[in-house]
Design a protein around this ligand. Structure first.
Ligand code: ZN
Length: 126
């Protein structure tokens, strides 16, 4: 191998290493994006679980309609709809904690500050 071809080989390797270095950088960036996404999904998942448990507790609290067990007990019709104020508070809190409550992006993390869909939804409810 003469000097010139050795030099040529080195230049080729240098080029390859440079390309690999770039690829590593891109992979690192992709990895960071995935980690962030994963973290957001974990938060979102936890939040939705909490919401679900809360909803289940609310449903359990509500008395179930029983067959008449005595003539002394009067059966009043329970409202099947949750109190409007309560539902609104939950949604407002969810929004404050950084989540979308609009139909468009419901449950996902708000990454760009205020969402006009969410705000108009809140205004309509309030
Ligand atoms: Zn929204």
């Amino acid at each position: 191998m003469n000097k010139q071809s050795m030099f040529h080989q080195l230049a080729l390797i240098e080029e390859k290493v440079g390309g690999l270095y770039q690829e590593i950088g891109q992979l690192k960036e992709g990895m960071i994006t995935l980690l962030e996404e994963n973290k957001n999904l974990l938060i979102e998942n936890q939040h939705l679980r909490e919401r679900l448990q809360q909803r289940e507790r609310e449903l359990e609290k509500r008395p179930k309609p029983k067959a008449a067990s005595g003539s002394s007990s009067r059966t009043k019709k329970e409202k099947t709809q949750p109190a409007v104020g309560e539902g609104y508070d939950n949604l407002a809190r969810l929004y404050q904690e950084g989540f979308h409550i609009c139909n468009v992006h419901y449950g996902s993390l708000r990454t760009d500050g205020d969402c006009l869909f969410c705000l108009s939804f809140l205004n309509k409810q309030g």
